[in-house]
Design a protein around this ligand. Structure first.
Ligand code: DQA
Length: 150
């Protein structure tokens, strides 16, 4: 069974009440619940962690090294400037998928750059909660491919 860690960065705890015109009305809890159900169908297990603190996310990534097969991460605004988070993700040899609810390329100029993107397998941006769901499907497919090749 593939083990997948889902990390939510700063301010995502406020989903459902925060800028609902941009991020929608779905709460983080609802997103996590949907992912848990989807993971069950896919034969994977998911664990969730949200933090508003960069260092806590980095610690979690380090700890994930031998506990998980893949990380799905929405780094929030850290996406655009956290070299520390980027280095943590590239330090662990796990499959990593970056997700965003909003289309970061259709928003302010400063959101167009992700310092995380160069060290991940791929990025999914702009599909609301579906971004996470697509990432989970992709993670399972890629892990299956990898398992077959081994
Ligand atoms: C976000 C996009 C970021 O620019 C923003 O800072 C967030 C959420 C998204 O999911 O669309 O906090 O990562």
């Amino acid at each position: 069974m593939f083990r997948i860690l889902v990390l939510h960065g700063p301010n995502l705890n406020l989903l459902g009440e925060r800028e609902t015109n941009v991020y929608g009305a779905v709460t983080l809890e609802e997103i996590n619940k949907q992912l848990t159900e989807q993971a069950e169908e896919l034969g994977a297990s998911v664990e969730f962690f949200q933090s508003n603190h960069e260092g806590e996310l980095i610690d979690k990534i380090h700890q994930a090294r031998d506990r998980f097969d893949a990380i799905i991460i929405n780094p929030g605004a850290l996406t655009h400037y956290s070299y520390a988070l980027r280095d943590a993700l590239s330090a662990v040899s796990l499959l990593v998928i970056e997700v965003h609810l909003s289309n970061i390329y259709a928003r302010e100029e400063w959101r167009h750059r992700s310092v995380i993107a160069p060290v991940v397998q791929g990025q999914i941006s702009g599909f609301g909660p579906l971004s996470y769901s697509l990432a989970l499907t992709a993670a399972c497919e890629l892990l299956k491919e990898g398992a077959k090749q081994r």
